[in-house]
Design a binder for this molecule. Structure first.
Ligand SMILES: [Zn+2]
Length: 64
């Protein structure tokens, strides 16, 4: 069963947009904010990209 990870809103209030790129015969993906355009690194798995996005949201909230 797939474990759905909920995406947190960006620290600027924007939303994460999933971007797929086809490279090396597979799809990589990352998330980008639709407002401030901050983006995660590129990940092989959507899960990894989601985690990276949420980690960043957590970090910035703590720093506030
Ligand atoms: Zn943003």
């Amino acid at each position: 069963m797939m474990n759905e990870i909920k995406l947190k809103p960006c620290v600027c209030g924007g939303n994460a947009v999933k971007i797929k790129i086809f490279s090396h015969k597979r799809y990589d993906c990352f998330y980008r904010c639709d407002k401030c355009e901050w983006q995660t690194k590129v990940y092989v798995s959507p899960q990894g990209a989601k985690n990276a996005w949420n980690r960043r949201a957590d970090d910035e909230q703590r720093a506030d």
